[in-house]
Design a protein around this ligand. Structure first.
Ligand code: ADP
Ligand code: MG
Length: 560
């Protein structure tokens, strides 16, 4: 992969990469779509481009909440005339070349779609210079009107006026100036929080909406944007575990004010990650108001999927359970120091390589959910879990022990969730493209409506190409599993109009497999969900899920 500029401070030396058009093959794999839905999406894309271009000063001007005008002016690397002309083409990007590059993405952008999409739906003016030649390009509704040579200092200025002038339906969907302005302020604030080394200025008319001079650390940036009261209550947080680093600030448990500081970044990319938000709040054990936090999780790029959604603010950590475990324990240690005995938890990555040997506070596992049934809580005082051969979960119960087969347990959970319409969906960062065989396509065609109703979603392309972009939440399915899904549904004897049969196949393909390592939290969650099922003991195919061994039985076998 060429030397691209990174998102953080440390990119003094880099070669300005050239813009190229992505090959049709790569295009199909990053199957994106519309990303520009309102003025704040324009600002987000332009600010990301400025940061990717290494800008240290980003000036933003808006009018009428961005509906009339969004202007972003930066002092980044700028573009040559040739690159400027290419930059407004769809799938033109300097940030990736081939599909493998996505695995190692270190820039905000990579789809090469934003400028083209914006220029399609606005009056678009691009002025740029790489320090050698300056270029101005005018585009109206996607039509290039003018390309001229200009003089300007190094950097890029993009003015987007009359957004959606040619899309009245989209225009109608926009809200008040006030509302749209608030979203823009939010976007700029978010990016300014992850780049204290960059000066941001956001104006509307003569009104300065946000101004953050360059500072050299995040704490000072927080001071620029939040009240003294809040920043005083923030505890710095830094935890390095193997290749993963967590850093940021978290409010102390006695902080009880209203606030709007709750940010998660992964590799500096602002993300929506409801699960992590929930986990952080849970550690505080029912606070009066939610904790304030800003957390940046830095992981090797290959450990995350950023291709779930075109707006790129959804990502998925591939080793999510570890990250959740480490985070929970790290925060607990920070906010309740000296609370518990220290235990040694070696974390082993799925490929068997040891990630770390760090010491953690081993707390009692997450508090029980109120929803637990009586049988479960009596069966599970003093909970601890062990995983045997990455396949079975062993747990102590009041009267002895249980052994649970993790795959069939998850299968049962998913099966009931699907049939009771409780399965929520998760959007994939990297939609999975399948070229179906004629047989598979026939099966797909018959069952697609059922699949849709069960939490999957997909787009059909020409021929027999299927892009699957949504799966039931918590799915562990790989591309192979999805391919097998159609084969299995098409097995002679499986009635394709029987929802239960199809749900069985989906549950089986999406479930945790034997051989997958699970964290304590994962095991806990699996067991909790299993015992909340109507039938926790038998899997949809009729195999046992739980084997119980009583203390009496153990005693008699040991001749007690
Ligand atoms: P992407 O960011 O996904 O590559 P965009 O459509 O946002 O796609 O931008 C296309 C290309 O134009 C980028 O890859 C980059 O090379 C160039 N570009 C866009 N904005 C700027 C900017 N502010 N400064 C320098 N180059 C830019
Ligand atoms: Mg971009």
């Amino acid at each position: 992969m060429p030397q691209f500029l990174t998102l953080s401070v440390s990119f003094i030396e880099y070669v300005v990469p050239k813009i190229r058009l992505l090959s049709p093959e790569v295009r199909s794999k990053i199957a994106a779509g519309e990303v520009i839905i309102r003025p704040s999406s324009v600002i987000k894309e332009l600010v990301e481009n400025s940061l990717d271009a290494g800008a240290r000063r980003i000036e933003i001007e808006i009018e009428a909440g961005g509906k009339k005008k969004c202007l972003v002016n930066d002092n980044g690397c700028g573009m040559s005339r040739e690159d400027a002309i290419l930059s407004v083409e769809r799938y033109a990007t300097s940030k990736i070349n081939n599909i493998e590059d996505i695995e190692n993405i270190s820039t905000f952008g990579f789809r090469g779609e934003a400028l083209a999409s914006i220029a399609q739906v606005s009056h678009f003016e691009l002025e740029t210079s790489n320090g050698e030649e300056g270029t101005r390009i005018l585009i109206e509704g996607g039509e290039v009107k003018k390309i001229i040579q200009i003089y300007r200092e190094k950097g890029t200025r993009i003015k987007v006026s009359s957004l959606f002038f040619n899309l009245p339906a989209r225009l109608k969907f926009l809200k008040s100036d006030e509302y749209e302005r608030r979203l823009i302020v939010d976007v700029v604030k978010t990016y300014s929080l992850i780049s204290p080394e960059v000066q941001f200025i956001l104006n509307e008319g003569n009104r300065i909406l946000l101004s953050t001079p360059v500072v050299n650390d995040l704490k000072l940036r927080l001071h620029q944007l939040y009240s003294e009261e809040l920043t005083r209550k923030l505890l710095p947080f830094e935890l390095k575990v193997g290749e993963i680093t967590f850093s940021g600030f978290i409010s102390s448990p006695d902080f009880n004010e209203k606030h709007n500081l709750s940010y998660i970044f992964i590799n500096n990319r602002p993300v929506k990650y409801p699960r992590l938000f929930r986990i952080i709040s849970e550690v505080y054990q029912q606070p009066k108001s939610p904790p304030a936090f800003l957390l940046n999780i830095v992981v090797p790029p290959s450990m995350i999927d950023v291709n779930i959604h075109p707006t790129k603010n959804e990502v998925k950590i591939k080793e999510e359970r570890y990250v959740v475990d480490i985070l929970t324990q790290g925060i607990k240690k920070l906010i309740h120091p000296g609370s518990s005995p220290v235990d040694f938890i070696p974390l082993i990555s799925r490929n068997g390589k040891e990630i770390t040997n760090t010491k953690f506070v081993q707390e009692p596992l997450v508090p029980y959910q109120e929803t637990q049934s009586k049988t479960v809580s009596t069966a599970r005082e003093n909970v601890e879990f062990w995983q045997l051969h990455n396949t079975y979960i062993l747990a102590q119960t009041a009267s002895g022990m249980i052994i649970v087969d993790q795959h069939v347990a998850h299968e049962r959970i998913l099966y009931e969730a699907i049939l009771n319409n409780r399965a929520s969906s998760q959007r994939l960062l990297f939609p999975i493209t399948l070229e179906l065989t004629p047989e598979e396509y026939k099966v797909y065609d018959k069952v697609k409506d059922t699949l849709l109703s069960m939490g999957l979603d997909f787009k059909e392309f020409s021929g027999r190409t299927l892009v699957i972009d949504t799966l039931p939440a918590d799915s562990r399915a790989t591309r192979e599993d999805l391919r097998e899904l159609f084969d299995d549904i098409g097995t002679p004897g499986v009635p394709m109009n029987d929802r239960k049969e199809i749900a069985k196949v989906i549950a089986c393909k999406m479930a945790i497999k034997a051989g997958q390592r699970l964290s304590q939290l994962e095991m806990q969650s699996l067991i909790d969900q299993l015992f909340a099922c109507e039938n926790p003991f038998i899997c949809p195919h009729g195999r046992p899920i739980v084997i119980k061994i009583s203390l009496d039985e153990l005693g008699s076998r040991f001749g007690r």
